[in-house]
Design a protein. Sequence first.
Length: 250
Amino acid sequence: MRLQSIDIETPEKIIFTYTIAEMGPRIIACFIDTVIQWSIIIITFIIAFIAMNFTLDSSLSGFQLAFAIILVFILQWGYFIFWEVITNGQSPGKIACRIRVIRKNGEPLDFGSIVMRNLVRIIDCIPFIYLVAIVAASIDRFSRRLGDIVSDTIVVHDTYKAIKAPLFTTSLSQATVFIPAYDTNLSEEDLYVIRRYLNSRAQLLPEKRLQIETKLANEVKNRLKIDIQIENPVDFLSQIYREHTHEDKQ
């Protein structure tokens, strides 16, 4: 039975609920990426052709053609790896369709997983219309193509979802801080850092504690684009964490 959503528990025991991306958005995203790839490839060959016409040295012309072919190969198989690495699981097509690649086991998406899922794309795209990928995603209960199955990844909608209550408590401040509305949300990794600090701050020296929490609070404020004067970094971080996780005050 194919699933429409999945609960993923992070190493810090925070449980996120994601909606699995359907075939429609994934096909559209792939189409957009393919158009971008071939646009670059065509432009590359046009430039190489023009350059060869202005080159008298035939050996140099051959070098230019070889360079263009190599560049096409890199674009064809390195395009997705490049974008998913720098955007943490998204290509331009995925960004347009608001979907993202994540690790199925809750761990952060790493370079090895990205490379693996995209190398297997060579098989998934057979026979050049991603027929193998479509069949595999239609059968798999998580709608994964072969590349996702091998790399233990899954494609989900890139929308904010309510986080289920953690399986253990967090050392949150009792204070309630007024924070202006913000359009973006922190990532799973950001919440992991906040949670880890709040649970371990008592073990730090006071001066070191103030230095770290001030820097962390300012970083969170900048990421959320909040225009506010932070008077108490711990209260601020606790409130932000509570708003993201719906965790009640302790």
